[in-house]
Write a protein that binds this ligand. Structure first.
Ligand code: ASP
Ligand code: MG
Length: 411
């Protein structure tokens, strides 16, 4: 009998009525003659509320205790959903992360799954029961409870699907699929029928928010057939798959954007071979993520180095670099704030030159200045003033004809 994994996010379980609704959907899947493994997040804003509670007690909670606390959120959902399923006449068993065999590395708050031991789950499935497993949590080899980072339930679902060789993994959420852009800011955005793992990975990393980036990475590495769909609506969602099986009609498949970005410039950096590594290792040692980097030589002795970081890291970045000023060897730092990143993503770019050129032309035609640029094989990102973020996204969405139905374009 084939197995399917279905994941419900917190917003799809925020009330007991929504939990009952999820139970109905699950029973419908079970009636299709499948083994069903359900993975759930904590109800609604539970995880945020638990974080707030901890914050009322201490600014520096021990990471181990934080995991202990946050893991309770998912435990509430598994038991209630299991009760709802039983109440509707199904046979269901709830399992915590450790009961479900989710083994992680010894890292609190952001652990990676290293193994999934499915013996127990397989026993229960053999009895014809529905499994309701807690997402986002696991256990280390020495029995410590860990969590997988915010949004980590997606990763639990994909990991279980891979380990159980499931036919598919459906992520049921409060949107109906993956969109060409965020419909709240780009009204012409529409749902995609399919997207490749790599494109989805870029979008997830660019803050598109529908899927945990690690879940996409895991799905790609294990060829898990992944689908994002609505937890309420019956319409088809978006399939995430290997590029080969997709229509190649769209060069660009999505426009993503993110604000609160700072451009930091280190002026007068000594032009020594150690200059660059010392700046970035100082930032990395303090867990500051650097995105776009541009180095420009001023003369043979000095260079200026610009890079983009999140606004929230600005003060810390300045502090740690100033502290090492002597050792690194630079003149001064300047910051430009109020910036946003706008990106276009699409695997068709690899074989179509001129995509970046078109992007810059569209922005220029609309009086939008690009302040920094970065590219990968399937992505071009530019930094713009935040006031230009949404207009830039809309103009690019129009210029690359993302509002046009894929089906129409393909046939
Ligand atoms: N409940 C966790 C969170 O809010 C995990 C998840 O929702 O995937 O981050
Ligand atoms: Mg989520």
């Amino acid at each position: 009998m084939g197995t399917i994994v279905i994941k419900f996010g917190g917003s799809s379980l925020s009330t007991t009525d929504k939990i009952k609704n999820a139970a109905k959907r699950i029973i419908a899947e079970k009636e299709n003659g499948k083994n069903v493994v359900v993975v759930v997040s904590a109800m609604g804003k539970t995880t945020d509320q638990l974080l707030t509670l901890a914050g009322e007690i201490t600014d520096r909670p021990a990471k181990r205790e934080m995991d202990m606390l946050l893991a309770t959120g998912e435990q509430v959902s598994i038991s209630l959903l299991s009760m709802a399923l039983t109440e509707m006449g199904a046979q269901a068993v709830s399992l915590t992360g450790w009961q479900a065999g989710i083994i992680t590395e010894k890292v609190h708050n952001n652990a990676r799954i290293v193994d999934v031991r499915t013996d127990h789950i397989e026993e229960i499935l053999k009895d014809g029961k529905i499994i309701v497993a807690a997402g986002f949590q696991g256990v280390t080899e020495d029995g410590e409870i860990t969590t997988l980072g915010r949004g980590g339930s997606d990763t639990t679902a994909v990991a279980l699907a891979a380990a159980l060789k499931a036919e598919r993994c459906s992520i049921c959420t409060d949107v109906t699929g993956v969109f060409t852009s965020d419909p709240r800011s780009v009204p012409k955005a529409r749902k995609l029928a399919s997207i490749s793992y790599d494109e989805m990975l870029e979008l997830a990393n660019l803050g598109a928010g529908v899927l945990h980036p690690r879940a996409v990475e895991f799905a790609k590495n294990h060829s898990v057939s992944l689908e994002v769909r609505s937890s309420i609506e019956d319409e088809e969602g978006t399939v995430i798959e290997e590029e080969a099986s997709m229509e190649k009609n769209l060069i660009v498949r999505g426009v993503a954007f993110e604000d609160n970005i700072t451009r930091m410039t280190v002026f007068g950096l000594k032009n020594e071979i150690t200059g660059l590594p010392s700046v970035f290792s100082t930032l990395a040692a303090n867990q500051i993520d650097v995105d776009i980097i541009i180095q420009s030589q001023t003369d043979s002795n000095q260079t200026n180095l610009s890079f983009s970081i999140k606004d929230k890291d600005r003060q810390e970045a300045v502090d740690v670099l100033e502290k090492e000023k002597e050792a690194i060897g630079f003149d001064h730092i300047e910051c430009e704030t109020g910036l946003s990143k706008v990106s276009i993503v699409g695997s068709g770019m690899v074989s179509n030159p001129g995509v970046a050129a078109k992007m810059f032309a569209v922005l220029a035609d609309n009086g939008i200045q690009s302040k920094m640029v970065s590219t990968s094989e399937i992505k071009v990102s530019v930094l713009v003033d935040s006031v230009h973020m949404k207009p830039a996204a809309q103009h690019l969405h129009d210029a690359f004809e993302l509002g046009v139905l894929e089906e129409t374009a393909a046939k």
